[in-house]
Write a protein that binds this ligand. Structure first.
Ligand code: G6P
Length: 610
């Protein structure tokens, strides 16, 4: 998704902005651009299709610099990826903006602006904002006032950064529905869509609220809220313990993040469990009251986080006896829904900024849920700020577009939440100690699963030339099959579908032949015998099976059947353990196919628009 970086300083900022864009590359984009106000008092701009390094080359060919600047990586929504559609967009020669989000009434505004004599050079919705701003600047000499007027007429979502050659020494920012933070420096200030972009220059941040407009000079920051009242927001320090954002010794972020999972699980448990018990106070003072009241749960999420929610449903209903519904945010937000009495609304999100999830939370506030809780990885994100309760997953920055460590940390946090809920209903009393001990042992088991990497790499060769694949699981392993298939399709572009194995006969069996590898997660649990019968159905039809199973499962290598022996674990830990080999499998298939593992085509890390 689009990324914004901007700065106002007493030194030149182009290099800082470029470094910021590099740090946002993980979000996925198709073009990049930068504009700066030079010491000669003019705005220079450079835009390029493709990666930030093309922009760097453009700047090297025609260098310019300035003490105020804005930069952007664009992920096309309105208008194809092209240089003319790349940001910054300008109105005339003296006003430039960058924008994230979507302006829904852009057609109507475009017509009005054309009637006013403005001509358009791009197909973007953003260009209407800059011309509109230009129009308001004919009535006021105050840049912030003109931005405030402009945002009044915009429908949709935006994060904006603005510079004007007629207002030197100022950078104006605004946000509504798309994330934007202010990086606080000394004698210099910055804006970015993500704190990570600015860690090279500061670790102090101000989070803007919905509807805020901010004016930055090198020395001052003024913020006005949506009612145009001047407000002072707290400055928050970035928690460096949250991890670093470089690849270290790994070839790809995704692999680094897969390998980080044992530590990430430990970090998620830290301070929340003793050797034998959940320390529920760690969820915060408000949690007790909310959990005491909870008699039903609605979980909302997207993508990988949705799969974590699906696993949680199995846990919450079986261990806490609380009815739990799970739905993708993009569906939930637009249909008529009913909240059961005493229901808790839970969102799950790595970024905390996913537009659909956020919209679903806002909708839920009017539906009579008793409270909202988010399971989230990014402190200070919109979901964390707008929810009544937050359980942080503490996985550190996740850069690879295909989510890995965020998923296992979400599952760990959701298991802790399940225990807390189960206590209310007296359902975990007998097993709490056992579960906590299993969770504490889990990082070691995950290390053992990661140690199977060489074997999985070999297995990946059987997939590289294939066009389709099927993933099977039963019970809480069905969402793991879904997540495994999502990983494979995201980064290797191989069509991958997941089915609950019991549904094979109702359709997918028709697809089975020797060209269709079938991946099955088959730990030793209550459903294993059923699953084995399903596997026989596949073998009888010549399908090639790849089965992830532990010793107790007693599935043996045979013709058309390759087994990967997993470490044994308790039933409840299986979803967290068995996703590891599926992540590794997808990774190796993608590397063999030579795809862009960390930034797969057409996908974005954080989907901040609908
Ligand atoms: C995008 C990402 C996925 C992620 C999903 C939900 O599609 O590529 O990895 O699972 O968004 O994001 P969230 O930040 O809400 O977990």
């Amino acid at each position: 998704m689009c990324g914004i970086v901007g700065g106002i300083a007493q030194r030149n900022v182009s290099e800082i902005l470029l470094e910021g864009l590099r740090r946002l590359e993980y979000r996925g984009y198709d073009s990049a651009g930068l504009a700066a106000m030079t010491d000669a008092g003019v705005i220079e701009r450079c835009r390029r299709m493709g990666k930030v390094k093309e922009l760097e080359q453009g700047l090297a060919d025609h260098p310019f610099d300035g003490k105020a600047g804005i930069a952007h990586t664009r992920w096309a929504t309105h208008g194809k990826p092209s240089e003319v559609n790349a940001h910054p967009h300008m109105s005339g020669e003296r006003l430039a903006i960058v924008h994230n989000g979507i302006i829904e009434n852009h057609d109507e505004l475009r017509e009005q602006l054309k009637a006013d004599g403005y001509s358009f050079t791009s197909q973007t919705d953003t260009e209407v904002i800059v011309h509109l701003l230009h129009k308001y600047l004919q009535k006021t000499s105050n840049l912030s006032d003109a931005v405030k007027e402009t945002v009044q007429v915009l429908d949709g979502a935006y994060a904006l950064g603005v510079i004007s050659a007629d207002h030197p020494g100022k950078l104006v920012a605004a946000r509504h529905g798309s994330p934007l933070v202010i990086g606080v420096g000394s004698g210099e200030h910055f804006i970015a869509s993500d704190q990570l972009a600015l860690l090279q220059v500061t670790d102090r941040f101000i989070f803007l609220n919905e509807g805020d407009v901010a004016e930055l000079t090198a020395d001052h920051i003024h913020v006005w809220d949506k009612h145009n009242e001047e407000v002072v927001h707290d400055v928050t320090r970035f928690d460096h313990q949250l991890g670093t954002a470089d690849k270290g010794e790994f070839r790809h972020y995704m692999m680094k993040e897969i390998y980080e999972q044992p530590d990430v699980i430990r970090q998620c448990l830290e301070g929340r469990v003793s050797e034998t018990r959940l320390l529920e106070q760690a969820f915060g003072v408000k949690a007790k009251e909310v959990l005491d009241q909870t008699q039903a749960i609605q979980i909302i999420a997207c993508g990988t986080s949705y799969h974590a929610g699906m696993v949680a449903k199995y846990w919450i209903e079986s261990l806490a006896g609380i009815p739990c519904q799970v739905e993708v945010a993009s569906e939930y937000r637009y249909r008529k829904t009913v909240a059961l009495p005493n229901s808790l609304f839970i969102t799950i999100s790595q970024s905390g900024e996913t537009a659909d999830t956020l919209a679903a939370l806002r909708k839920a506030k009017d539906l009579g849920f008793t409270a909202s809780l988010t399971v989230c990885n990014v402190p200070g994100s919109s979901l964390v700020r707008e929810s009544d309760l937050a359980i942080m997953t503490n996985a550190g920055p996740e850069i690879g577009v295909a989510s890995t460590k965020a998923f296992t940390s979400q599952l760990t946090a959701l298991m802790l939440l399940t225990i807390a809920l189960g206590r209310r209903h007296g359902m975990v009393d007998q097993v709490e100690e056992e579960i906590i001990k299993d969770l504490v042992k889990l990082p070691e088991l995950v290390e053992k699963a990661i140690a199977l990497d060489d074997k999985i790499e070999k297995m990946s060769q059987a997939f590289a030339e294939k066009h389709n694949s099927l993933f099977l699981g039963r019970g809480a392993m069905f969402p793991i099959a879904l997540e495994g298939s999502l990983k494979l399709k995201e980064i290797s572009y191989i069509h991958a579908e997941a089915y609950p194995a019991g549904e094979l006969k109702h359709g997918p069996l028709a697809l089975v032949d020797k060209d269709m590898p079938i991946v099955t997660v088959a730990p030793h649990n209550d459903l294993l015998d059923k699953l084995k019968s399903n596997l026989e159905e596949v073998r009888a039809r010549g399908g090639e099976l790849f089965v992830f199973a532990d010793e107790k499962s007693k599935v043996k290598d045979a013709d058309g059947l390759t087994v990967l022996n997993m470490p044994s674990c308790s039933d409840l830990m299986e979803p967290i353990l068995y996703i590891i080999p599926l992540q590794l499998l997808s990774y190796h298939v993608a590397v063999l196919k030579g795809t862009d593992v960390d930034q797969p085509r057409n996908l974005a890390k954080s989907v901040t628009v609908e």
